[in-house]
Ligand binder design. Sequence first.
Ligand SMILES: [Zn+2]
Length: 401
Amino acid sequence: MIFYEKNRGIERMKRRRIEIVSALCIAFSVFPSALPHRHAAGMDYVTVSRGGTTSHVEGRILVEAEDGGVLMLATDGVLWAVQPQELEKRTSDQVPLKMLDRKQLTETVLASLPPGFAAYDTAHYVIFYNTSRGYAQWCGALYERLYRGFYNFWSRRGMKLSDPEMPLIAMVFQDQADYVDHARAELGEASQQIVGYYSLRSNRMMTYDLTGSDQLRNGGPRATSAQLINQVLAQPRAESLVATIIHEATHQLAYNSGLQTRYADNPVWLSEGLAVFFETPDLGNSKGWRTIGAVNYRRLDQFSRYFANRPESSLASLLTDDERLRNSRTAPDAYAESWALCYFLLKKYPREFSNYLSELGKKEPLVYDTPEERLATFRRHIVDDLSEFDAEFIRFIGGVR
Ligand SMILES: [Zn+2]
């Protein structure tokens, strides 16, 4: 599921809440007349005064708004949408932008967390945890498996993805209370209902130990990680836990591999459809997840129920109207339709879909398409005749078993 923050001009952030979401992503920010920022590849230094706190941010300005606001990528991977009245000072030099390395990043993040957190390294991730180490290791193994699967999947489809600029960050809290304390700053009270999310702002994933497997600590350090994992997977909530972890990690990979661009106009059906396409759990497997692109029966069932009353305009509205996925009333059907459409495109139009994704991946942050432009991009790459395509789509999904 999804949670959106919008930040328009000097308005306070408005929060829109989706009920009982199992996962979410945060996207936001519309600048007044956002202009891509281009200058020599040096560093920018911005002093931001916000909520009584002054922050010195180093990194690169990605976008300048006509009113003087800026969108800045900091060296720790966080995006700062700085409003003109928050911007105290800005300078730049010719020193090439260098993101924090693993050690610097680990120190920076640990310093921002309450005592009791440790960092666990895998090849591509740093996992910050106050759960048992076994649980963090299990999450790390799952992330790495997804990472390999994700890059293989797209490279077989001719997509040229890039490696992440820096290690990917996941935070795993031992219980809901700790997690809510941390997530509240971004999510507000919605954090009570949201069990994990990927933040486009911070580029980090946040979740907590849904299984209560922290109690496994009581088993003492002699419990092997295999035993811990088996206990995790035997929990009644294991399926939604695995799906949530993979869903959010897919978002993070999409935004760090060049498949999608943070703060660009990514159609929500596409972002969510891809995450749902990858999320299918596989609890018979020791990691809880192995397969990419298995039929997502939960979404398929939901789509079948929706189909009885599906309006003729459903496909066009899915492509153009992000509200269908943001509104808690319409979201379950829209997520199901997004899954079905991604599934269909990947099976039947893989080349066209790759070309479509390549074009969208080049989009600049904070530049928004009109509904007509969105439709035109889809029709240019996938198929011109949408109604014929829709009939084929429905026939195909009707035959999925
Ligand atoms: Zn999502």
